[in-house]
Unconditional design. Structure first.
Length: 126
């Protein structure tokens, strides 16, 4: 029987090549990864969720993080709460970016791992 790929196993396998670290305070390493595809959830963060591929690994780059940081605290928390309400496997932050205020708490509450990569977004995708 084939062993399921979890976020924790993905982290172990790609830690060096993707320059990954698990953001302290977030769990979610036991979540199953069911799709090899990644997605950038910019439109989802802006409120358009109709075509959201929530089963994919989610990648937030400088554009998404800058957008989230531009919001008032209560609006950012609401958006993050809605985002993490989807059953997403995990979230990657690129360029070594720190999670915006409220992200670690909402990810932890939802049981979603946040992983940070030092790679630029396009390098990460490649």
């Amino acid at each position: 029987m084939k062993q399921k790929l979890t976020v924790g196993r993905l982290l172990e396998r790609t830690r060096d090549v993707l320059q990954l670290e698990h953001v302290e305070g977030t769990g979610g390493l036991e979540r199953e990864v069911t799709s090899p595809h990644v997605s950038s959830p910019g439109l989802v963060l802006a409120g358009y969720t109709v075509r959201f591929a929530s089963h994919r690994l989610q990648v937030l780059g400088e554009t998404e993080i800058t957008y989230l940081r531009s919001l008032e605290d209560d609006q950012r928390r609401r958006i993050l709460k809605d985002f993490f309400a989807f059953h997403i496997p995990c979230v990657f932050l690129t360029k070594g970016l720190s999670p915006p205020s409220g992200m670690v708490e909402e990810a932890t509450f939802a049981g979603v791992a946040v992983l940070r990569s030092r790679l630029k977004t396009n390098e990460f995708y490649n």
